[in-house]
Design a protein around this ligand. Structure first.
Ligand code: GEK
Length: 240
């Protein structure tokens, strides 16, 4: 696995973070060393998929990147006649994802689509995963996307939503500091941490856990709760 060295050197004027070829090359290392809990969440997406997949339904992974959550879903599914669909709008990421899918021999079919998750035509969904993807969507488009997903979901279906979150008051700085400690413990320098932070500033827009729960309830989900949290990274499950 190639090591993430993207922000090792001083970059001067920093552009916004983008999921380009350089990121695709190091992405597994980057996300593992940057997102507390990622290595726990991925296998649990498999467990949740097994529980909620319904026969002859679709399982969607929105913002599938290189396919970690997608392949966990594929291996979790035990119901018959299911298809796993991955969508991402970053060409370099999806190309690499296709390579990993091709190397993964498994009976459950996988379909990959290059496109915008806010425009996709979802149908017959029993499990939908947004594993650290909604945070990259413009906030004013988030409610419409969640509504679109709810409407395409079968009764009893599950939405898995993992996000970086922000907190009210002093807890924000406490959790943020612990996140940076996590990154230091994983070998990132102060320069790497601060440059990555600046690059993500206009691109990754976190909300509070309550904002997410309220949005899920507003869309119609009868149950919406956090099933996992590590510092300022969390995962929700919502049931239709
Ligand atoms: C994992 N789920 O490894 N349409 C489609 N894709 C998008 C859009 C959009 N509008 N906006 C962002 N993306 C993965 C990790 S990464 C999270 C997901 C991270 C895609 C973007 O191209 C990227 O691949 C993904 O969402 C977010 O479990 O890097 O922190």
């Amino acid at each position: 696995m190639s090591r993430d060295r993207i922000y090792v050197e001083n970059q001067g004027a920093l552009g916004d973070f983008a999921f380009d070829a350089a990121v695709a090359r190091v992405f597994p290392d980057m996300i593992k060393r940057s997102v507390p809990g990622y290595t726990t969440i991925i296998p649990m997406i498999g467990v949740i998929s097994e529980h909620y997949a319904q026969a002859n339904s679709h399982l969607y992974d929105l913002g599938c990147s290189l396919g970690a959550s997608l392949l966990a879903m594929r291996h979790g599914v035990k119901a018959s006649g299911c298809k796993v669909v991955g969508i991402d709008n970053a060409e370099a990421m999806l190309e690499q994802c296709q390579t990993y899918v091709d190397q993964d021999s498994h009976a459950v079919p996988v379909e990959l689509h290059l496109g915008d998750i806010t425009q996709f035509d979802y149908t017959k969904a029993s499990v939908i995963t947004l594993n650290f993807t909604l945070q990259f969507i413009e906030p004013e488009k988030r409610q419409a996307l969640i509504q679109r997903l709810y409407d395409a979901m079968l009764p009893g279906g599950a939405l898995i939503l993992s996000e970086k979150i922000r907190f009210e008051g002093q807890e924000q700085s406490l959790q943020e500091q612990l996140h940076w400690d996590f990154k230091r413990a994983n070998g990132y320098s102060e320069l790497e941490i601060s440059q990555k932070r600046s690059a993500l500033e206009n691109v990754l827009l976190p909300e509070t856990a309550q904002d997410h729960i309220d949005r899920l309830k507003q869309a119609g989900f009868t149950q919406a709760s956090q099933w996992y949290q590590c510092f300022n990274f969390t995962s929700f499950i919502a049931i239709k």
